[in-house]
Design a protein around this ligand. Structure first.
Ligand code: AMP
Length: 251
């Protein structure tokens, strides 16, 4: 069984985000970019499944400009077997990414797709769900534990939901999206970084996949969140209750 993993290149989680002066988006030039942390977890899970003998190949996929190849090289250095770069300079929204991934699934025929639960740049949390819908495959989102049964061809997934954990049994092929507690991703070792240089990264275009990149959504304006006001220190519990009742009106 092949596992396909979607790796998004995003602004590094440690970078302080700056909004562009024209409010059209956030500043990405001269900013450190990295693999989306939830995608690292997705790749780690795929590698562990392969290492336990339940998968034969891990294919990493990334969509976007030429620099996505750096993200794919990191994925190959972590242990992915090969990679596919869908080369486009168009703005990609989740539905387009899901359509591109579906087109790749149609040719690669993986038995399992693992995505991050969300990309930390747009925080959409939509791609995995849309992809499962397009493929008509079962989905286990926000996974904190994944157990595969090769004989029965099912994946048992613990999901992090508001009330606690929900356990689902999915028939394969299926789509899984990863939550933070699923695993601790490995670092790429130097020998593996060297080995990754000779691994194959195939380049395809949306046109070759017969997917038209368009969106019904338009970003009107991007602004910084309002600054939080400084807090006050109250001298007694009675004063706190009074403020909550008469100023904040929350009790
Ligand atoms: P989102 O729905 O945008 O929050 O993204 C959820 C997940 O979809 C990410 O963690 C990735 O696994 C995948 N994904 C979204 N956009 C891309 C992209 N441009 N390239 C590769 N994977 C992507």
């Amino acid at each position: 069984m092949k596992i396909m993993v979607a790796l998004k290149r995003v602004i590094d989680y440690a970078v302080k985000i700056r909004v562009k002066p024209d409010k059209s988006g956030v500043e990405t030039s001269n900013v450190k970019m990295s693999m989306n942390p939830f995608c690292e977890i997705a790749l780690e899970e795929a590698l562990r499944i392969k290492e336990s003998g339940l998968a034969s190949e891990v294919i990493a996929v990334s969509m976007g400009p030429a620099q996505c190849v750096d993200t794919l090289r990191t994925g190959l250095a972590m242990g992915a077997d090969r990679a596919i770069h869908v080369d486009t300079s168009s703005t990609l929204y989740p539905l387009s990414v899901a359509k591109l991934l579906k087109a790749l699934v149609d040719t690669e025929k993986p038995g399992l797709l693992i995505l991050g639960k969300q990309a930390i740049d747009d925080d959409c949390n939509q791609t995995g769900q849309m992809l499962a819908g397009l493929l008509n495959w079962p989905q286990g989102t926000f996974a904190s534990k994944v157990v595969l049964d090769k004989e029965k061809q099912v994946a048992t997934v613990d999901r992090e939901v508001d009330g606690g954990l929900e356990t689902l049994c999915l028939d394969l092929p299926a789509v899984i999206t990863t939550d933070l507690r699923l695993n601790q991703p490995r670092y790429a070792t130097l020998p593996n970084i060297m080995k990754a240089k000779s691994k194959v990264i195939k380049k395809v275009t949306p046109a070759e996949l017969k997917v038209e990149i368009k969106s019904d959504m338009e970003i009107v304006e991007v602004t910084e969140p309002p600054k939080r006001k400084a807090g006050v220190i109250v001298s007694s519990v009675d004063e706190l209750i009074d403020k909550l009742k008469n100023e904040a009106h929350v009790i």
